[in-house]
Design a protein around this ligand. Sequence first.
Ligand code: HEC
Length: 158
Amino acid sequence: MDITFSKRLNGLICALVFSLILSLVGCDQQVDRSLSDSAQQEAKTLAVRLLEADLERGELLAYSCRACHTLGPDEDHIIGPNLYEVFNRTAGSVDGFDYSDVLQEADFIWSPEVLDEWLADSNGFLPGNNMRFAGFSSGADRADAIAYLLQVTTDSAF
Ligand code: HEC
């Protein structure tokens, strides 16, 4: 092999290896950046997440609630209680629904903040309740669902 050609080939291989290393390093940095983005997203307060909420996504996410809850006025309870006007209501207080003892005895009021905790881990929040739902681990998903529920379960006249 002619010497200049083999030098050129060496140079080419070096350049390829170098750019491969660069792209690998670049990829690692991207993974780190996206991890810290989602950690930042989780650290956001509910107020900020609600401001950024996506109502259309919230409507889709709320289909999982509709498997067990009606959301509109004067609708029947199904597996879970009707959720119309749930915000500002005392927990476990809707007439005609057979709540678990823990929810019936609970004396907190449903607010977006409380619902955020309930949807993150309802069993951790109130052990012994009867809601068999895994919840949403993503804070952004919870905010999207809560923003949608605030809109559809609240009497727009007030
Ligand atoms: C698999 C059925 C099921 C799903 C899915 C479900 N729930 Fe429930 N939910 C229940 C049951 C049952 C209860 C009553 C729990 C008890 O009595 O301990 C309940 C209770 C509640 C309560 C308390 C209401 C009150 O009057 O105190 C809220 C709020 C609630 N669910 C919100 C939601 C939301 C929001 C979703 C969707 C993101 C959802 N649930 C999904 C079954 C479900």
